[in-house]
Write a protein that binds this ligand. Structure first.
Ligand code: GTP
Ligand code: MG
Length: 316
C-alpha cells in the first residue's frame, strides 16, 4: 500500500489516528483484519466509531468482496522460503509459505527449534537464493534461542554472521499475556522492519503452564485461539510466514501406533495452515510428515540436523 497514513481514512482525525497508532494499529491493513471490539477496547475509541473506521479501512484496501481471480492473483504473490533440506522443501510444496501459518510439532529434541533458527538465517537470502529478502522476528517463550548456533549456520552458508544476527529481532515472552502483547506489536513492527518470518517457539508452552486443570481449559483455549488468529491474519496482511512450534502429549486412548498427539486440541489443529509432524528416525535422522494441510500431500521425508542447519538425509 502506497498511502499508509491513517489520517487519510474518512472520519479519522489526528487525535483518533494517534489513539490507533499508540495501540499498535498503525496501518489500514492492521485495522481491517482486527475484530472491531478489540480495537475499541484497546484504543478507547467508541465501538460505533470503530465500526466506521474499520469499514473505511476495508474499503480503502478493497477487502470486502474480491473475485476468485483476484484471490488467484494474490496467491501468485505467495513466496516460499527454503528450509535447507530439499526433501523438506518438496514436502512443503517448495518451502515455508507466506500468507500461511506453519506448525512444527514433535517431541523434545526432535529439531523444531533447529528448523526455526535455520529459517531465521535463510529468510534473509535473496529470493533467487531461496530466501524472502527480509528479516525475522523470534518470539522465544522458553529461552532456547541460541545466537552461537545462528552464527554457525550463517558462517557455514558463507554469510556475514554479524549482519545475519543483526536482522533477527528477538523477544523473550515471559507469560501468555506478555506473548499476546508481543503478538499485537507485530502489526506495527513487521511492516516497519521488512519482517518476512515470524517464529513463535513455543506457541503453547506458557498456556500449558499457566492454565492447569480442566476448569481452566476453556479459558486457555479461547485465549490461545485469539492469539493464533492474530498471527494468521498477520500472514495475510503483510505477505509473510509465521512458523509456530508445538509439543506432543501422551494420548491415553492410543492402543497402537504413535502414542503421542499434538498439544492444544482442536484450536491448535484448526488454526495452522500446514501442520508438520516431526519424529526421530534411525542414525540421528529425523522424519517429517505433513499431517494437516489443505493441499499438501501426506508424504514422509527424511532430514538431519547439521552445522548448516538442516539438510537431506538418505533413506535407509
Ligand atoms: P524442545 O524445544 O525441547 O521441544 O525440542 P526441539 O524440537 O526444539 O529440539 P531442538 O531443535 O532443540 O533439537 C535439538 C537437537 O538438535 C539436539 O538433540 C541435537 O541433536 C541437534 N543439534 C543442536 N545443535 C546442533 C548443532 O550445532 N549441530 C548439529 N549437528 N546438531 C545440533
Ligand atoms: Mg525447542
Amino acid at each position: 500500500m502506497e498511502d499508509n497514513d491513517l489520517k487519510n481514512l474518512p472520519g479519522v482525525g489526528p487525535a483518533t489516528a494517534n489513539k490507533l497508532k499508540n495501540s499498535g494499529f498503525t496501518t489500514p491493513e492492521a485495522i481491517s483484519v482486527t475484530p472491531p471490539k478489540e480495537i475499541s477496547e484497546k484504543t478507547g475509541i467508541g465501538f460505533n466509531t470503530v465500526l466506521n473506521i474499520v469499514k473505511a479501512a476495508r474499503e480503502k484496501l478493497g477487502v470486502d468482496f474480491i473475485t476468485a481471480e483476484d484471490l488467484w492473483k494474490k496467491r501468485q504473490d505467495m513466496l516460499r522460503c527454503s528450509i535447507g533440506s530439499n526433501n523438506l522443501n518438496e514436502l512443503m510444496g517448495g518451502g515455508i509459505e507466506t500468507q500461511a501459518m506453519t506448525e512444527l510439532v514433535g517431541e523434545y529434541g526432535v529439531g523444531k527449534t533447529q528448523i526455526c533458527l535455520s529459517l531465521c538465517v535463510r529468510v534473509q537470502l535473496q529470493t533467487e537464493e531461496g530466501g524472502l529478502d527480509g528479516t525475522a522476528v523470534y518470539i522465544d517463550t522458553e529461552g532456547t534461542f541460541i545466537p552461537e548456533r545462528v552464527y554457525q549456520i550463517a558462517e557455514s552458508l558463507g554469510l556475514d554472521p554479524h549482519k545475519t544476527l543483526g536482522n533477527i529481532f528477538l523477544a523473550r515472552a515471559y507469560n501468555t499475556s506478555h506473548q499476546e502483547l508481543l503478538t499485537d506489536h507485530l502489526y506495527k513492527f513487521c511492516p516497519e522492519n521488512n519482517v518476512k518470518l515470524v517464529v513463535v517457539d513455543s506457541m503453547i508452552g506458557h498456556f500449558r503452564g499457566e492454565y492447569v486443570g480442566r476448569e481452566n481449559l476453556s479459558e486457555r483455549q479461547q485465549k490461545l485461539n485469539s492469539q493464533l488468529h492474530k498471527l494468521l491474519r498477520l500472514t495475510e496482511a503483510y505477505n509473510l510466514s509465521v512458523v509456530i512450534t508445538n509439543q506432543v502429549q501422551a494420548n491415553p486412548t492410543a492402543f497402537f501406533g504413535d502414542p503421542n498427539r499434538p498439544a492444544g486440541g482442536n484450536v491448535m489443529a484448526h488454526a495452522s495452515t500446514h501442520r508438520v509432524y516431526l519424529r526421530k528416525g534411525g542414525k540421528g535422522t529425523r522424519i517429517a510428515t505433513v499431517i494437516d494441510s489443505p493441499y499438501l500431500p501426506e508424504e514422509k521425508v527424511r532430514f538431519k540436523i547439521t552445522e548448516k542447519g538442516v539438510e537431506d538425509a538418505e533413506e535407509d
